[in-house]
Design a protein around this ligand. Structure first.
Ligand code: NAD
Ligand code: MG
Length: 427
């Protein structure tokens, strides 16, 4: 057993290792009790589906939604029916007017936590007998709940990759200090974790992340300026929330995942590669020092990596689609095109730069994606907004959470200003 990074890091890339190969995980009680943040989202709903499939193994201690109060009430009612003997979960509702509606809901009013981000942190810190945080929030809003889960020494099933992009070393240090467990939900990182299982760091050469290539994999550069929002949201293989779907179309998602892999596995950026794999059935690979490659394959079903994280790297039974290798046919891989998809290069450069650069990148991207979804800017404007913000805010060190949050806020203001100018110019 080792507790060191897989590859020795240079001082510039000193991500603490959280993911030592073959480290023992804690023994948690059965049933394991979950805090599900972002319960009404794609990851959250799939988590509750797993609870319904394994009611003897999983319970819910707390839930959160942003504004979809009637959906979260229906989730609480479904849990009451599924596990009548289990106390109802606490409920955090972050949006202020939605919280007011929840406060008069007969089912939710006695379960309700404070509104806003404080409710998320309270859910993680105070939910009774909670063991595992499933962080299915979208964006940097996930960082503080991740840190709260780390401080409580929980198992953290992390879908919210932005926690690691923005929090980086803060998260890795908090996980180690709190004696917590950080397990990836992202399918690529779950695949890598499975390939690394039982290996020594000296055996590993490279991590290879696969990318579907998104809906514009074959779209010529000139046409990318004109693509519609509907085309952006039409992901070829995965059905996900709107923000990650846009990130998949720009390849920013893969850039964020490179940064996530760096922090999660303690591997230097030189040893993390991206290949486009349109089939999306090879979820990622590890290359060993003798040239051997290990990959993890399967149909695109997020419940598989989600369950693998929650269970503590176990293959519990699941009626997911089975990959038909004969029908699958060829293994196809391509080089990512950094000219047509500048977001990938911007993210990899910000990751290498480290410090505040990934925070600025992430904040500018979140603001630009929201502006695209609100029809305020075009698809091709997204990398321009991000690049401008990175230029306007040179990277500095991140010493603590307050610095990270202040830089995040400043980058959002910078991006807002740039978007105002772009949308005014457009008309
Ligand atoms: P989603 O948009 O479907 O759900 C997000 C959830 O967060 C919702 O419950 C929403 O109410 C809540 N939320 C949104 N804004 C909030 C805010 N400001 N404060 C508090 N709560 C807020 O998103 P998703 O697709 O489930 O993705 C969640 C995370 O998982 C993202 O980081 C994404 O990159 C990652 N992820 C998702 C998938 C997938 O298949 N959906 C796959 C891999 C990784
Ligand atoms: Mg992924």
């Amino acid at each position: 057993m080792t507790n060191r990074p897989i590859m020795p890091s240079s001082p510039a890339e000193s991500a603490a290792s959280l993911y030592p190969c073959g480290r023992p995980l804690k023994q948690w009680p059965t049933p394991m009790r979950l805090v599900v943040l972002g319960a009404t989202g794609s990851i959250g709903q799939q988590t509750l589906d797993l609870v319904a499939k394994h009611p003897d193994r999983l319970q819910v201690a707390a839930l959160s939604c942003h504004s979809r109060v009637s959906e979260v009430a229906a989730q609480v009612a479904a849990l009451k029916k599924l596990q009548p003997e289990v106390p109802l979960p606490l409920v955090a509702v972050t949006d202020s007017s939605a919280h007011k509606r929840a406060a008069v809901d007969p089912l939710l009013r006695d379960l309700l936590l404070p509104e806003g981000p404080a409710g998320l942190v309270t859910a993680v810190s105070d939910a009774p007998d909670a063991h595992c945080l499933v962080n299915g929030l979208v964006g940097a809003a996930g960082l503080q709940p991740t840190l709260a889960g780390a401080a409580r020494g929980m198992r953290i099933a992390l879908a919210n990759k932005e926690s690691l992009v923005v929090g980086g070393d803060l998260v890795t240090r908090a996980v180690v200090a709190g004696g917590a467990e950080l397990l990836p939900v992202d399918s690529e990182h779950s695949a890598i974790a499975q390939c690394l299982s039982g290996r020594q760091e000296s055996e590993i050469s490279r991590l290879i992340l696969t990318a579907s290539g998104g809906p514009f994999r074959e779209t010529p550069a000139a046409k990318l300026a004109e693509v519609s929002l509907a085309e952006v949201l039409n992901h070829p293989t995965w059905d996900m929330g709107p923000k990650i779907t846009v990130d998949s179309a720009t390849l920013m998602n893969k850039g964020l995942e490179v940064i996530e892999a760096h922090h999660l596995f303690g591997v230097s950026y030189d040893r993390i590669e991206v290949v486009v794999h349109p089939g999306s059935f090879v979820h990622s690979l590890v290359e060993f020092v003798d040239g051997a490659l290990l990959a993890q394959l399967g149909t695109p079903d997020m419940r598989v990596p989600l369950q693998y994280a929650i269970s503590g790297e176990k293959h519990w039974p699941l009626a997911s689609g089975r990959l038909d290798l004969v029908k699958t046919g060829m293994l196809r891989f391509e080089e990512p095109d950094l000219v047509r998809f500048p977001c990938l290069g911007l993210a990899m450069a910000a990751g290498r730069q480290g410090g505040t650069a990934p925070i600025v990148l992430n904040a500018a991207n979140e603001v630009a994606v929201a502006a695209l979804l609100a029809h305020r800017i075009r698809y091709a404007d997204i990398p321009r907004v991000i690049e401008d913000c990175l230029t306007a805010m040179p990277a500095g060190p991140v010493t603590d959470l307050d610095t990270a949050l202040a830089v995040d806020l400043q980058a959002r203001t910078e991006a807002d200003g740039r978007i105002d100018r772009l949308s005014a110019a457009a008309g």
